[in-house]
Every structure is written in C-alpha cells, then in structure tokens.
Design a protein around this ligand. Structure first.
Ligand SMILES: C[S@@+](CC[C@H](N)C(=O)[O-])C[C@H]1O[C@@H](n2cnc3c(N)ncnc32)[C@H](O)[C@@H]1O
Length: 429
C-alpha cells in the first residue's frame, strides 16, 4: 500500500472506532469516556468549546461525540439564509449548530469519508428534528458539491488529517460562492516535526503528525486563491492533553483560520427570485425577523401579504445525473397587512450578507404590488432607522396624529412601534 493510502486508511479506521464508541455510549446513555485519552479521537469529548446557549441547541449525543479543537460555528458568524459546508463533519455537531444559526431558510452540509461517522451524524440529525441538513459521503480532497454552492466553509480539526491539504483548500475555494468565507479550527505545528513523527500513523490520526506550520498554511490558502488570510494560533497542546500522547509536550497547537474568496454573491435573476410566501416559508421568515430584532407578532395571520427573496444554490446531482438539483434558501422578506383600502408595509428584512444588491427594493416593490392587487390604494409604514431608505422608494413622512382610518388599529401603530418611530405614506396606483 502506498504511504498516503496507508494514512487515509489509518485515519478512517481510527474515526470508525471513535464513532462506534460514541454510538455505544449514547445507546447506554453513558459518557463516551474518550475524553483526552491517548486512544480517543483527536479531541473527543471536546464539547467544552461550545457556549451554554449553543449546547441547548443540539442533542446531547451530538455534543458528546464532538471531536474538534474549537468552535468554527462561532468563528463563522453565520446569518439567516446562508448555505454552509462542514469539511469532516464527524458526529455532526457543527453541521447541526450551523443549521440552527442559518435557520429554516438556510442549509447546512457535512461531508465525511467514514461511513460509521455518517451514520452517527444521521442519527443525531434525526434526534435534532432538523430538515435543513444533508450529510454526504466523500473525501474533503474531492468534495461532492458543485461549484459556488455554499456561502461558508467551516471545519473542525480535520484538515491536518488530510494527505493533500492543497487539494482540500482548492476544493473549499471551488465550492464557495464569490465573496464566501472560510472559518476553520485546526491543528498547526509550532516547530518542524521530525520525519519519524510524520510517519507515525497513530499520531497522524490523533491530529499531530499531519499538522502544517503556520507559514505553509497561509501560503497554501493564498495559492488556492483566498484573500484576507489569517492563521492565528490559539492553544498549545500538552502531552496527555487534547490529542493524547506520552512523549512530552507536543509541538502542535490549535489555531483558527479565516479567509475569503474574492468577489460578491451572484444574485442575478437565475439565482434569486422574489415570490409570494408559502406556509412552508413561515419558520424562515420568523427566524429572520427574530435574528434582526424585528417584531414577529401577526406574521402568521398575515402571511398572504408576505413575499420572500428566494435564492437557489446548486446541490449534488448535476445534469449528468438528471436535472440540476438545487437547495432553496430564504434571504429576505417583506409583508403587507391589509386594512380596507389602507395597507401597512412591515417586516422588510434582508439577511446581512446579501445587503447592498437591491434585494430590499425588489421586496418592497413586490409587497406593494401585492397590496395593490388585494385592493389597497395607499400604503403606510413605521420605521425608527430607515426613513431615508424608504424616502428613496417614494414614501413621504407624515405626522402620526394626521393618520386616520383602520390602519391605526394595527399592532405596529397601536403597540409595537415606539412613539419615536417615523410614519411614512405612499399612494399605490
Ligand atoms: C477529529 S474528527 C472531527 C469531527 C468533527 N469535525 C468534530 O468537530 O466533531 C475528524 C473527522 O474527519 C473525518 N476525515 C478525516 N480525514 C478526512 C478526509 N480526507 N475526507 C473526509 N473526511 C475526513 C474523519 O472521518 C472524522 O469524522
């Protein structure tokens, strides 16, 4: 067997055993007991990296199976409607957390080469009840996703395990859409590792022998095409510590890695449409509004007046396998409530990474058109922050006391919006 194939097989067998142990532990509802022992995973039992509020978002079994060296989900600063890929997703902790962060309008993929890990991850997905998640079998050196199919690539303590890191980083760059970002925790070498250490299959599986030094990491990221590259050491690992081992302090440590693919998202007509919202969009709309601190009261009752900005991202199963598959994500919304001839425009929201591309304007135009079709002749809105924006869209400021008619009984007028909110009006022709 070639040396590289032997490493891949050793890593696969190591994590198959880690997965089997985690599955047995969760069946017995006991701790996996891997902790930081030298026969454990890379950092099995690494749930301490997750904040208390995050720990409540995923099944206990997924937390117990975590084997990373940091929290890439926190590093990635995820937003509603984003599509995320986790390289080497293991038991699925970071995929499930990402799915919660991007909400029902977003999507999270995980890719892993170890079948036992994929089974564990699928079981954890089932326990979580999430359906905006997909686990794919594959190598991170040849990711089974089409070009420009995700907004963010994350990874937790995996890239060091690869025998071809340059290929992994090229693949991360390929599957990211223009402007997409990479947010990774990994192990880096603080000093050159001896040839003997590099050949140690057990230490390779435990995230030691394959570690790149910081300079090489930066170089490979730039060579792959990334910009704004940052590789920042975080923690030194000690013998008997995270990765185990008994030969004195290890010359490796954890680090976070951030980088960006140049460009901005392609939100051309093929990718993004503004459409009437369906019942299925309600959870995504509520998630988006909650994350942006906007009121959610009355949305469900007025869903008929809502429109969403829907983006279609390529998914596995290209033309060669039939029709092009896509995953739809929701990156914005707007709604109107009808009060006879008066309409109240509300909930105009665009997820932060997708702002500045005219989506808000398209949503407002579509919501007002909906109001007109439903019989309204004038539209009102209340805003504390965006009066200049709406003035550019044809709204004029009016005195709150001067507004008469049923719209004043809406919850936004009557209760939700503070007295300082500006009232604006526009005729609908
Ligand atoms: C240290 S564990 C980390 C798992 C997960 N990221 C976490 O934080 O719990 C490494 C995982 O990467 C997977 N892996 C290692 N090398 C891989 C490769 N070349 N391609 C795909 N998966 C790989 C292993 O099967 C294992 O599930």
């Amino acid at each position: 067997m070639r040396e590289q194939d032997a490493i891949v097989e050793a890593v696969r067998e190591h994590y198959a055993e880690v997965a089997r142990r985690a599955a047995r532990a969760s069946e017995g509802r006991t701790s996996s007991g891997c902790g930081c022992s030298s026969d454990g995973g890379c950092c099995t039992g690494a749930s301490g990296y997750y904040a208390p509020d995050e720990r409540t978002l995923v099944p206990a079994e997924a937390l117990a199976a975590s084997a990373g060296c940091g929290n890439p989900v926190a590093l990635a600063d995820l937003h509603p409607g984003e599509a995320v890929l986790d390289l080497g997703s293991g038991g699925g902790i970071d995929v499930l957390l990402s799915a919660r962060r991007v909400g029902p309008g977003g999507y999270a993929w995980g890719v892993d080469m170890t079948r036992e890990m994929l089974e564990l991850a699928e079981e954890n997905r089932r326990r979580s009840g999430l359906d905006n998640v997909g686990f794919l079998e594959g190598r991170i050196e040849a990711v089974p996703l089409p070009d420009a199919s995700v907004d963010v690539v994350i990874s937790n303590c995996v890239i060091n395990l690869s025998v071809d890191k340059a290929a992994v980083l090229r693949e991360a760059f390929r599957v990211l859409r223009p402007g997409g970002r990479l947010a990774v925790y990994d192990i880096v070498a603080q000093e050159p590792l001896s040839a003997e250490a590099r050949r140690d299959l057990r230490a390779w599986s435990q995230c030691v022998s394959g570690a790149l030094d910081r300079e090489t990491y930066v170089h490979l990221l730039r060579e792959a095409g990334f910009v704004d590259v940052e590789v920042q050491p975080v923690l030194a690992l000690q013998a008997g510590g995270c990765c185990g081992g008994d030969e004195g302090p290890l010359p490796v440590g954890s680090a976070f890695v951030r980088a960006r693919k140049p460009g901005s998202p392609d939100l051309g007509d093929g990718r993004l449409t503004v459409e009437a919202a369906s019942r299925d969009d309600l959870p995504a709309i509520l998630h988006l509004l909650e994350r942006l601190g906007l009121p959610t009261e009355g949305v469900a009752e007025n869903l008929e007046g809502f429109v969403v900005a829907r983006r279609r991202m390529p998914a596995p199963g290209g033309p060669a396998e039939g029709s092009l598959q896509t995953v739809a994500t929701v990156v914005g919304c707007a709604g109107v409530e009808l009060y006879g001839l008066q309409a109240l425009l509300r909930s105009v929201a665009v997820s932060p990474p997708f702002r500045g591309a005219g989506i808000g304007q398209r949503l407002v135009a579509a919501a007002l058109e909906r109001a007109r079709r439903l019989g309204a002749s004038e539209a009102y809105l209340l805003t504390t922050t965006a009066s200049e924006y709406f003035a550019r869209l044809g709204f004029e400021q009016v005195e709150r006391q001067a507004v008469v008619g049923p719209v004043t009984s809406s919850s936004e007028f009557a209760r939700v919006c503070p007295d300082t909110a500006v009232v604006m009006r526009r005729e609908l022709h």
